[in-house]
Design a protein around this ligand. Structure first.
Ligand SMILES: NC(=O)C1=CN([C@@H]2O[C@H](COP(=O)(O)OP(=O)(O)OC[C@H]3O[C@@H](n4cnc5c(N)ncnc54)[C@H](OP(=O)(O)O)[C@@H]3O)[C@@H](O)[C@H]2O)C=CC1
Ligand SMILES: [Fe+3]
Length: 473
C-alpha cells in the first residue's frame, strides 16, 4: 500500500516463466511490460501516441468513438473503447480536457490501482487546487495519479521534440508510480525532473502559463528610466533651446542624436543597478553581523533580477553602438574632429581629436566586456565554468566594464571642457546618474574590499555570527 492509502501497482505481480535449460525463473511484471493506454484521440493523445510508437513502445488509445478516430491515429496504434483500452495496460495517460474530468468518474472502477498520468493544463493562473489534485481527490481516488508532460506541446511531440523544452517535471504522492512515469519520460527522450508529491502539481501547472516571470522587475525599471531620461533630455535640451531662442534644430535631431545620448546613459545606469543590490546586501550583512537575516522583499527581487538587468544593459548598449556608428560624422559630432579648410563658405573637417578616438576606444571596450558578461550569464556557458571563474567574470570584469563605461561617458562630457557647464546644465540628472551612480558604486566596492571590512564580511558569509547581546535576567 502507498503512503496515501492507495493500492500500489508497483513491481508486485510475479509471473512464472520458463527459460531453456535453466529451469523456471520468476520475473517481475512491470507496468511498462504492457502497452501504454491513452484516453482521448485528440491532438495531444495522437501526438503522444506517435512519439511512443517512434520510441518502440506499444500504444492503445481509448476513445468514445473508435471507428471515427481510427483513420487519424498513427499506424500500429490500436484504437478501441475506453474500458477495453484500460484493461490492456497499467499506465493510462488521460489526454482529455480538464472540463471532461467529471465524466471520467464512469471509469473509476476500471482505473482502480492503475497509474493515471494527468497531462492537462489550466486556462489561467489561479489559487485553486491543481487539476491533478482534483482528479486524484475527487474523481479517481482509487488510482495513482501522476502529473507530467503538461509542459510539452502536441506540436513538439510531433516534430521530434524540436522547439520545446525537454525538461519534464513529474510529481505524484506514490513514489513507485512516479518512478515508472519518470522512466517512461526518459525512454521518450525527455529529461524528467522529480518534483515530489502531488501538491507540486500547482507549480507544474503554472509553468506553461508564465510569461517571462523573472523579467518583470527589470523590464519595468528599464522602461521607467527610459521614459524619465527621454523626457528630461528632450525638455532640458532641445525644448529648452526652442523656448529660449526659437532654435528647432535640436528637436529635429532628438530621435537620433538626442535619443542616442539617452541610450548611453540608460546602458550605464542599468549596469550600475546590476551591482548596487550586491553592495547594499553586503553592507546590510555587515550591519546585522549575520547572513541569516532575510533581505526585505524589494532587495530580494532586485538581487534576483540582476541577470535580466545586465542583459537589458547589453541590449541598450548594443543599440547605442549602432546609433553611434550611424551618426559618427563631423556634421553631428563636430567638436571631436579637427577643423579643415573652409571652402566656398563650407567648413571641412579632418581626422578625430584624441578625445574622439578615446571615446570610440572606451565605448568599444565597454561593449566587449558587457558582451562577455552577457555570454557568461547563459546557463550552458555557466555550466562549463567553476564557481571561482564565474565570480571572477561577473564581479571583477563587471566592475571593469562599469569603470570603462563611466570613463566613456566622462570622455564624452569633456569633449569641450570650455562647454562642460552646458553639458551639466542641459542634462543634470543624467549627468548625476551616469557619472555619480557608477562612481559611488566603485567607491563603495573599494571600501568593501578594504582588509578590515572584507575579512569581516568573509567571516559572516562563512556562517560566523555576532554573539547575541546578553539579556538581563
Ligand atoms: N494540445 C497541446 O499541445 C497540449 C495539450 N495538453 C492537455 O492535453 C489534454 C488534451 O488536449 P488536446 O488533445 O489538445 O484536446 P482536444 O480537444 O484536441 O482532444 C481532447 C480529446 O479528449 C476526448 N474528450 C473530450 N471530451 C471528452 C469527454 N467529455 N469524455 C471523454 N473524452 C473526452 C476526445 O477524444 P475522443 O473523441 O477520442 O474520445 C477529444 O478528442 C488537455 O487536458 C490539454 O490541457 C497539455 C499540453 C499540451
Ligand atoms: Fe557612447
Amino acid at each position: 500500500m502507498a503512503a496515501n492509502g492507495k493500492m500500489s501497482t508497483g513491481n508486485e505481480m510475479v509471473v512464472l516463466k520458463t527459460s531453456e535449460g535453466d529451469g523456471p525463473q520468476y520475473v517481475k511484471d512491470s507496468p511498462r511490460d504492457h502497452p501504454i493506454v491513452i484516453i482521448g484521440a485528440g491532438d495531444y493523445g495522437r501526438s503522444f501516441a506517435g512519439r511512443l510508437v517512434k520510441t518502440g513502445i506499444r500504444v492503445v488509445i481509448g476513445s468514445r468513438d473508435p471507428e471515427r478516430r481510427r483513420p487519424n491515429v498513427p499506424e500500429d496504434v490500436v484504437v478501441t473503447s475506453h474500458s477495453d483500452a484500460i484493461s490492456r495496460g497499467k499506465i493510462v495517460v488521460l489526454a482529455v480536457p480538464r472540463d471532461a474530468y467529471s465524466d471520467m468518474a464512469e471509469l473509476r472502477s476500471d482505473l482502480t490501482g492503475k497509474i493515471v498520468v494527468d497531462v492537462s493544463n489550466k486556462e489561467r493562473l489561479d489559487t485553486e487546487k491543481s487539476n491533478a489534485e482534483y482528479l486524484s481527490e475527487d474523481i479517481l481516488d482509487k488510482s495513482l495519479v501522476v502529473k507530467g508532460f503538461n509542459v510539452v506541446s502536441a506540436w513538439s511531440l510531433e516534430s521530434g521534440l524540436a522547439g520545446g523544452s525537454k525538461e519534464v517535471p513529474i510529481c505524484s504522492d506514490d513514489k513507485e508510480a512516479r518512478g515508472e512515469v519518470i522512466q517512461l519520460a526518459k525512454d521518450m527522450g525527455f529529461f524528467p525532473m522529480d518534483y515530489g508529491c502531488l501538491r507540486a502539481a500547482r507549480d507544474v501547472e503554472a509553468i506553461p502559463l508564465r510569461l517571462l516571470p523573472g523579467w518583470r522587475f527589470a523590464t519595468k525599471l528599464m522602461f521607467g528610466l527610459l521614459a524619465f531620461m527621454s523626457i528630461y533630455v528632450l525638455f532640458q535640451g532641445p525644448l529648452y533651446k526652442y523656448v529660449k531662442s526659437g532654435v528647432t534644430k535640436d528637436i529635429q535631431h532628438f530621435p537620433g542624436k538626442g535619443f542616442n545620448r539617452v541610450l548611453a546613459m540608460l546602458a550605464l545606469t542599468l549596469l550600475a543597478l546590476v551591482y548596487f543590490p550586491g553592495i547594499i546586501a553586503a553592507f546590510r550583512q555587515l550591519a546585522y553581523g549575520t547572513k541569516y537575516q532575510r533581505f526585505p522583499i524589494w532587495l530580494d527581487t532586485w538581487l534576483k533580477s540582476r541577470k535580466q538587468l545586465g542583459l537589458l544593459a547589453l541590449l541598450v548598449a548594443s543599440l547605442h553602438a549602432i546609433f553611434s556608428a550611424c551618426l559618427m560624422s563631423p556634421e553631428y559630432y563636430y567638436h571631436m574632429y579637427e577643423k579643415g579648410p573652409v571652402i566656398e563658405g563650407r567648413q571641412f573637417y579632418g581626422m578625430m581629436f584624441w578625445r574622439g578616438e578615446l571615446l570610440i576606444f572606451t565605448g568599444g571596450l565597454a561593449l566587449a566586456l558587457m558582451s562577455v558578461l552577457g555570454v557568461t550569464s547563459t546557463p550552458s556557458v555557466q555550466n562549463a565554468m567553476n564557481w571561482r571563474e564565474f565570480v571572477f567574470v561577473q564581479s571583477k570584469l563587471g566592475f571593469a566594464c562599469l569603470f570603462v563605461g563611466t570613463a566613456h561617458c566622462i570622455v564624452y562630457g569633456s569633449t569641450g571642457f570650455n562647454k562642460m557647464y552646458l553639458y551639466v546644465w542641459y542634462t543634470p540628472p543624467p549627468a548625476l546618474l551616469v557619472m555619480l551612480l557608477p562612481c559611488l558604486l566603485i567607491l563603495l566596492k573599494l571600501f568593501l574590499l578594504s582588509p578590515c571590512l572584507n575579512s569581516r564580511l568573509m567571516q559572516i558569509r562563512r556562517g560566523w555570527e555576532s554573539k547575541p547581546k546578553a539579556t538581563p535576567v
